[in-house]
Design a protein around this ligand. Structure first.
Ligand SMILES: [Zn+2]
Length: 414
């Protein structure tokens, strides 16, 4: 037995909207959603509390999405007074709403799906972007509980409050410690979460890595938490086994590719003295370090948060190209002024600079692959791979001009 019967639940904010919306559409009789746009900020006030409270009276589950702080974050950044003003407006709205709801019949959940970086932007792993509030208040919620939760916990917790089954592929947990109910009901919630996770693990392991052993947990009242942990561990083990298997296949290709590069590089370096080959290699390493050090100054970072707007994607990649080429020109001038403006040395320094990027991109390919398939790896590696590939492309296309830099530089050498 789960919580008996539906409660009227109002979710304020965007977290897990899609998952909970699907759950709501499938299993809840009444469903409503309200949206309050950005224009309200310029009007100076938002007051949708009355219609929202009315909607809660009609539907079992109501979503209220207010995108005002998100837009303010995109336009001015999280450190701006405008962002603060937007947050305070939402705060006032939540207070009005809480006062209009009957806490013995309704549950109010306030949350968000992300924050913003100080200069604006989200989607990356920054602490300010990842940390959002989760507040639950009303019937069935224990008062005064504090703790940490994850976004994946919202859907199973809402399911428990609604008295409906946990979504089948849920990877979070019901926040049992935040719920007010007799122990047998809480125990049932733990058991049903364990059962959901066991079913999920069975299907996941069969698809991802059938050789992985599944635990024979029974999800009894006494062992529900331990059995759920064992199922979660089996899911992690299956994921790692699949990664290991795929890495083996990709590593062979990456090694073959690097071997070919090594041979070409060796052949190219044979034309100069060993000491000069070392100079070229050191110049390449210095170039990579310089590129890395200058990235923040030109607004590049390995995170979606660096792209505050979809329209910035072209400029982002163009900046990466320009940085790679700028660093290369600096390298060629440095090498030229120190060791003479010689086309063969310039070629070699250019080659070594590009090869270091290729080397890193190949390692990322071997470890994670470069396309999103059954699981999305940490996007930071995707950013490193594609930004490196763009630098190599830019350097490759402009390498015929390296001797030109030599010639121009040579004119200015005293
Ligand atoms: Zn946004």
């Amino acid at each position: 037995m789960l919580f008996s019967g539906y409660r009227h639940i109002l979710i304020f904010g965007l977290a897990n909207l899609v998952a909970v919306a699907i759950l709501a559409r499938l299993t809840v009789d009444g469903f409503a959603s309200l949206w309050c746009g950005y224009a309200a900020l310029s009007a100076g006030a938002i007051d949708r509390a009355a219609p929202l409270a009315e909607a809660v009276g009609r539907a079992d589950l109501v979503f209220a999405e207010y995108d005002t702080p998100d837009q303010a974050g995109h336009d001015w950044g999280a450190a701006s007074p405008q962002y603060r003003k937007a947050a305070l407006l939402i705060d006032e709205e939540v207070q009005r709403l809480a006062a209009a709801l009957d806490p013995t019949r309704s549950v109010l959940i306030v949350t968000s799906d992300h924050g913003h970086t100080p200069s604006g932007g989200h989607g990356g792993p920054e602490a300010g972007v990842l940390s959002v509030p989760l507040v639950l208040r009303g019937e069935g919620v224990r008062r005064g509980v504090r703790g940490r939760a994850e976004q994946v916990d919202v859907a199973p917790t809402v399911a428990a409050l609604l008295g409906v089954p946990i979504p089948a592929s849920s990877q979070g947990r019901t926040l049992v410690e935040a719920l007010e109910a007799p122990e047998p009901i809480l125990s049932d919630l733990r058991r049903s979460l364990c059962q959901e996770r066991t079913n999920f693990a069975t299907r996941y392991v069969a698809l991802v890595s059938p050789a992985t052993t599944l635990p024979a947990g029974e999800c009894s009242a006494r062992s529900a938490d331990a059995d759920r942990a064992a199922s979660d561990a089996a899911v992690r083990a299956a994921r790692q086994a699949r990664w290991r298997l795929e890495r083996r296949g990709r590593t062979a290709w990456a090694l073959l590719f690097l071997l070919a590069l090594l041979l070409i590089g060796w052949a190219a370096h044979r034309s100069v003295a060993p000491s000069e080959a070392l100079v070229a290699l050191a110049a390449g390493g210095l170039g990579l370090a310089l590129y890395q050090a200058l990235m923040p100054a030109v607004g590049l970072a390995y995170t979606f948060s660096a792209l505050n707007d979809d329209d910035q994607l072209g400029a982002f990649f163009a900046t990466d190209m320009a940085l790679g080429l700028g660093v290369l020109v600096v390298l060629l001038l440095l090498v030229g002024f120190r060791y003479g403006f010689r086309p063969d040395l310039a070629w070699l320094a250019t080659w070594d600079f590009a090869v270091l990027f290729v080397l890193r991109a190949s390692l990322i390919y071997a470890c994670f692959g470069v396309f999103v398939r059954w699981e999305m790896p940490d996007p930071v590696w995707g950013f490193v791979f594609y930004l490196d590939a763009i630098v190599v492309l830019a350097v490759g296309l402009s390498s015929p001009f390296a001797p030109l830099v030599c010639r121009l530089g040579g004119r200015f050498k005293p």
